[in-house]
Design a protein around this ligand. Structure first.
Ligand SMILES: Cc1ncc(C[n+]2csc(CCOP(=O)(O)OP(=O)(O)O)c2C)c(N)n1
Ligand code: SF4
Length: 287
């Protein structure tokens, strides 16, 4: 058994005091412990942004990649070694802005990955510009007269895009967040876990208090996560209520079950037709 505290790295956490991302990190550590994922089998992959610093704070394998490129890197890792648990972490700017094309194709591909998006409705790292999930009319550094664009709805996008697990948590409710994350990681297929994770420095609208007034738990309303229509309805709610929990979960074959070349020995254990000598020279080159 690995305790949650053992997933904590020695790297100093540099988020602003009170940032929602601390809650996401703690929930991820709790979920990994609950699922008993061995640290050497866990890879956390991120893009760029405050939230994308998360892999540094995990005592596991991890890569801090390029802005918007965490999803393709994670897909490569998973396809090379299907035995690994691969978790992607990042922000709404990173995943729903510059990286949204990768996100859409990853969902329909349905590789067994978990994508945790720390959705603070702002670009935190670059000091407060509007992001794809910023609400219409909101004033930010880049929209001083009010945001002229409609906000993207990540859950609705994921539901129609083919994600086989769609859930949402709130960093102000760590127990519920860890439960949704745990289910997302345990799910076989592409899981989106969108998290309301307030940026206390640059977003003075979508604060912890603002979310607390609006969130409610789907499980308390008898929601059936196997019902896609009901999930879309909840994701598209027009009132100011914000559902938390598992919106949708479906059992659909994963990419590796459909793709013949990924069956059998994992790519990482194969030799790609190279002789021992060529193989050792190649490994040497990367060491
Ligand atoms: C190709 C590229 N374009 C733009 C940037 C600048 N940039 C860095 S982080 C970021 C957005 C961060 O917002 P988000 O992903 O929501 O993360 P947060 O900091 O809010 O956690 C941007 C635009 C960059 N690093 N690389
Ligand atoms: S700027 Fe915002 S998102 Fe970034 S660490 Fe600070 S509170 Fe968190």
């Amino acid at each position: 058994m690995t305790a949650a505290s053992e997933y904590k790295s020695r790297v100093r956490q540099t988020w602003c005091p009170g940032c929602g991302d601390y809650g996401v990190l703690n929930a991820l550590q709790t979920s990994c412990a609950a699922l008993n994922i061995e640290r050497q089998n866990l890879v956390v992959v991120s893009g760029i942004g405050c939230s994308s610093d998360l892999p540094h704070f995990m005592n596991s394998y991890g890569i801090h990649t390029l802005h918007g490129r965490a999803v393709p890197v994670a897909q490569g890792i998973k396809m090379a070694n299907m035995d690994l648990t691969v978790v992607i972490t990042g922000g709404d700017g990173d995943g729903y802005g510059i990286g949204v094309g990768h996100f859409i194709h990853a969902m329909r591909r349905n590789l067994d990955l978990t994508y945790i998006v720390m959705d603070n409705q702002i670009y935190g790292l670059t000091t407060g510009q509007a992001s794809p999930t910023s609400t219409k009319c909101v004033k930010t550094k880049s929209t001083p007269d009010g945001n002229p664009e409609n906000a993207l709805n990540p859950l609705a996008l994921a539901l129609v895009g083919g994600a086989t697990f769609v859930g949402r948590g709130f960093s102000g409710d760590p127990v519920q967040l860890a439960e949704v994350m745990k289910r997302g990681i345990a799910h076989k297929g592409f899981s989106l876990v969108d998290v309301f994770s307030p940026c206390v420095t640059w977003n003075k609208v979508n604060t912890f208090a603002w979310f607390r007034e609006k969130v409610f738990k789907l499980e308390n309303e008898g929601h059936d996560p196997s019902n896609l229509d009901a999930a879309i309805k909840q994701a598209m709610r027009a009132d100011d209520k914000l559902p938390l929990g598992v919106f949708y979960e479906a059992d659909r074959p994963t990419f590796d079950q459909e793709e013949l070349s990924l069956q059998g020995e994992p790519l990482v254990k194969g030799r790609m037709g190279l002789t021992d000598e060529e193989w050792n020279a190649l490994i040497e080159e990367f060491l």
